[in-house]
Design a protein around this ligand. Structure first.
Ligand SMILES: [Zn+2]
Length: 139
């Protein structure tokens, strides 16, 4: 499909985005101690590990720990709780990924200094708002 000016819309898969991302050969802006990749940012970065620790404590669940992003995104299924709490935990995990990614982008594009307490505060606020909004929509 061609749009005005001959440009095509971006239609990249996750693996293609990952390939572009890792080809940039950047250091992680959050911890400055590792090559930047989605795996590092969400799984092994000191900043994300601190976030997952705080989220585990906040949700009163065993420590969140995953070797792969799909494992992280399905970690709510390992929780010994009812279906409603699993859905809530899933929303919090997704929100956390979003907030870590957002903090990374604000550090790169706005020269903002990464802050673990700010990430956690934003996760709590956004999780509440998103879950509250979702509840109103009957989803
Ligand atoms: Zn890092």
């Amino acid at each position: 499909m061609k749009l005005m000016g001959g440009y095509q819309p971006l239609n990249l898969t996750f693996l293609e985005i990952e390939a572009i991302w890792t080809a940039n050969d950047m250091n992680c802006i959050l911890c400055n101690d590792g090559d930047e990749s989605s795996d590092h940012m969400l799984l092994s970065c000191y900043v994300s590990a601190s976030v997952w620790n705080a989220i585990s404590n906040w949700c009163n669940i065993p420590q969140l720990f995953a070797f792969t992003i799909p494992d992280l995104l399905s970690a709510h299924n390992l929780c010994r709780c009812d279906k409603e709490k699993k859905a809530l935990l899933q929303a919090i995990i997704y929100t956390s990924c979003w907030c870590i990614w957002k903090e990374r982008n604000e550090a790169i594009f706005r020269n903002k200094r990464p802050s673990i307490p700010n990430i956690i505060k934003e996760i709590k606020c956004l999780s509440f708002l998103w879950v509250k909004t979702r509840g109103k929509m009957g989803c």
